[in-house]
Design a protein around this ligand. Structure first.
Ligand SMILES: C[S@@+](CC[C@H](N)C(=O)[O-])C[C@H]1O[C@@H](n2cnc3c(N)ncnc32)[C@H](O)[C@@H]1O
Length: 299
C-alpha cells in the first residue's frame, strides 16, 4: 500500500462486537440507533451498501432491501457477521477499503455508514468514494461522532479539556478515532455530491450513572423524542444524517456491479475462485463466502 494512503484502523482479529456491544452494557445505544435508522432509512429498496458493517450488528435492520452488501476492511469482522446472520442469499460479504471501493459507479440505491466515519483520517475521500457507488437520488444514512456534544462543552468550560468543541476541525481523541463538528460534516456532504435532508441527534443520555439508575426503555423513549430536535441543533454525542445523492452523477456502467479497486475497470469476470479483472488481470479471491479486495504490497 502506498505511503500516502490514509492510515486504516484495523479491526482484524478484534472482539469488538463481543466486548463493546454484547458484554458492554450498551443496550441503550443499540436501541436508540435502531429508532434513528428506522426513521431515516427507506422502508424498502433494491441494493444497499453497508460501509464498515463490522460483525453485522445493524444488518438485520435492512430487511426491506433485496440485497445488502456488507463492506468491511476486516475479514474476521465479516466472518463474525456471517456467523451471526446465518446463510442468507441476500447478503454479500466484501472485504475492502472504503478509500478503494470495488463497485461500479451508480450501483446502489442506498448506503449506510454507522460508527465508521470516526475512524477516517481522510473523511472527505471516504465520502467521495461512497458517493461514487450511488445511483442518482440514492439515500445515504451517515452516523458521525459529534465533537460539539454537551459533555465536551462542559469539560471545556471547566477547563478539563483543552480542545474547543466549537472549532470546526476534527479532533483525534485516540489514535484513528475522530470526533467531527456538525458544520464540517454538512460542508463535506455538500462538497461530495450529497444534499442533506434531515438530521437526528442520538444517544442524549449516554452517561453510565443515568443508564444504571433509569430503566433502559424509559431512556430510549426520551431519546426518541429528543432525536427530532436534530434538525435545529446538535449537541448529542452521536448524530444521524439522511442525505440524498445529487448532481454530477458518476457515469453508470450498465449491468456492471464490480469495479477493480486498482485499475478501476468494470470489466470483471466471475470465476468460482473469485473475480478476475479483464483489464489488469488481477484476481480478487472469494474465500468462504467473502470477496477479498484487500490490497497488499503484492497487488
Ligand atoms: C466501530 S466498528 C462499527 C461496526 C458497525 N458499523 C457497528 O455499528 O456495529 C467500525 C468498523 O469500520 C471498519 N473500518 C475501519 N476502517 C475501514 C476502512 N478504511 N475501510 C473499510 N472498513 C473500515 C472496521 O473494520 C470496523 O468493523
Amino acid at each position: 500500500m502506498s505511503t500516502d494512503h490514509p492510515p486504516i484502523c484495523d479491526y482484524e482479529g478484534s472482539d469488538y462486537q463481543e466486548r463493546f456491544w454484547d458484554e458492554g452494557e450498551r443496550q441503550y445505544e443499540h436501541r436508540v440507533e435502531q429508532v434513528a435508522l428506522a426513521r431515516l432509512l427507506p422502508k424498502s429498496g433494491n441494493k444497499l451498501l453497508e460501509v464498515g458493517a463490522g460483525a453485522g450488528r445493524n444488518t438485520p435492520r435492512y430487511g426491506g432491501f433485496d440485497q445488502v452488501t456488507l463492506l468491511d476492511y476486516s475479514i474476521t469482522q465479516l466472518q463474525q457477521a456471517q456467523a451471526r446472520l446465518g446463510k442468507d442469499p441476500r447478503f454479500l460479504y466484501v472485504a475492502a477499503d472504503v478509500y478503494r471501493l470495488p463497485f461500479a459507479p451508480g450501483t446502489f440505491d442506498a448506503a449506510t455508514m454507522i460508527r465508521t466515519l470516526h475512524h477516517m483520517a481522510a473523511p472527505v475521500d471516504a465520502l467521495r468514494q461512497v458517493r461514487s457507488t450511488l445511483a442518482p437520488d440514492a439515500i445515504f444514512i451517515l452516523e458521525f461522532a459529534n465533537k460539539r456534544n454537551l459533555k465536551a462543552i462542559l469539560r471545556w468550560i471547566l477547563r478539563r479539556q483543552d480542545w474547543n468543541p466549537f472549532a470546526h476541525h476534527a479532533i483525534e481523541f485516540e489514535k484513528l478515532n475522530f470526533n467531527f463538528h456538525p458544520v464540517a460534516i454538512r460542508e463535506w456532504l455538500n462538497g461530495t455530491g450529497f444534499s442533506l435532508e434531515r438530521q437526528l441527534t442520538v444517544s442524549h443520555f449516554r452517561l453510565a450513572l443515568l443508564k444504571r439508575l433509569v430503566p433502559t426503555g424509559l431512556l430510549v423513549g426520551l431519546d426518541s423524542l429528543f432525536q427530532w430536535t436534530g434538525n435545529w441543533w446538535q449537541y448529542s454525542p452521536s448524530v444521524f444524517v439522511r442525505a440524498e445523492a445529487v448532481g454530477g452523477e458518476p457515469a453508470r456502467s450498465e449491468g456492471a456491479f464490480w469495479r477493480c479497486p486498482m485499475c478501476l475497470s468494470t470489466e470483471i469476470l466471475a470465476h468460482e475462485s473469485g473475480l478476475q479483472c479483464q483489464s489488469c488481470g488481477r484476481l480478487w479471491p472469494l474465500v468462504n463466502g467473502v470477496y477479498d479486495f484487500k490490497v497488499s504490497s503484492e497487488n
